[in-house]
Design a protein around this ligand. Structure first.
Ligand code: PMP
Length: 281
């Protein structure tokens, strides 16, 4: 399959990244994952927009703009004939001898992208189990940066406890997941952490908020405490790769009946109605 390298499309064995790439040294870069449904990218403009915002927040200027990025990723998906899958794109601050401060103006960012194909018959995921984990990340979680060590550690801790995802909390205040946003439902109201520097403003979260508005579902953008979550009627998580995923258990305690509740189901239906209509093959 083909890869995007800066402004070129290259074959697998032609990809070469410098050992001095700042992504490799420092995780000095940003990234996005965009879902492809029926050959069409979902919310591509939003993802690419967030990528350029993340780049700006770390004071990195990409060599071309969002429109060109969109056309390049579209072409990559076409070249690789992706129907169901995703495209991963990242940009690092470039390759230069290892000093922490930014390299000179002559050093340009390195952009790479690849596609991943999902099985043709979709695997319906089981409701997720969560493990609460201390959120020890830095204070700029709004940036989708390549620095994911704390996320990696949290996810591993969850996995070792037989859970799909970590439920991150700062001093008992639930923020989000290691690679997802988190939502609780109590007495018909959806609760989720407000958009701030403590969470990534998920694109799926934004679509969910839009769906809620459309179906008249009340939402409170108020953080939940870790104590609150155990007594929620329903709980679900959201991400580009999983969409809306119901949660059955938190720290070994069942949420509600342990099965997807009515609010979650209604929202999942509203969300699915927004997905692109697959183009004929
Ligand atoms: N929070 C974090 C920390 C994430 O890594 C992700 C996945 N990229 C999300 C939330 C969900 O964001 P999105 O819906 O844009 O995939």
């Amino acid at each position: 399959s083909m890869y995007l390298m800066n402004d070129r499309f290259v074959k697998n064995d032609e990809v070469s990244i410098s050992i001095e790439d700042r992504g490799y040294y420092f995780g000095d870069g940003v990234y996005e994952v965009i879902r492809v449904y029926g050959g069409i990218m979902f919310t591509a403009e939003e993802h690419i927009g967030r990528m350029y915002e993340s780049a700006e927040k770390i004071r990195m200027t990409l060599p071309y703009g969002p429109e060109e990025m969109l056309s390049k990723l579209t072409r990559l998906i076409e070249e690789n004939a992706i129907r169901e899958g995703h495209v991963y794109v990242q940009a690092t601050r470039g390759s230069a001898p290892r000093v922490h401060q930014f390299p000179g103006e002559d050093i340009t960012p390195v952009i790479t992208a690849y596609t991943k194909s999902y099985p043709e018959v979709p695997v319906v995921p089981e409701p997720a189990k969560l493990k609460s984990v201390d959120d020890v990340r830095w204070l700029r979680c709004d940036i989708k940066s390549l620095n994911l060590l704390a996320n990696v550690m949290a996810k591993q801790e969850a996995h070792e406890a037989g859970c799909l995802e970590a439920l991150l909390h700062r001093d008992g205040t639930v923020t989000e997941g290691s690679s997802s946003n988190m939502f609780g439902v109590k007495d018909g109201v959806i609760y989720t952490h407000p958009v701030s520097n403590f969470i990534l403003n998920g694109i799926t979260r934004r679509v969910i908020m839009q769906c809620c508005e459309e179906i008249g579902q009340p939402v409170a953008e108020e953080p939940m405490s870790l104590e609150d979550v155990y007594s929620m009627d329903e709980f679900f998580m959201s991400s580009t790769t999983n969409g809306i995923l119901p949660v059955s258990e938190i720290d070994g305690q069942k949420v509600g009946e342990g099965t997807p509740g009515p609010v979650t189901k209604r929202l999942m239906a509203a969300f699915e109605a927004k997905l692109p209509e697959p183009a004929p093959t």
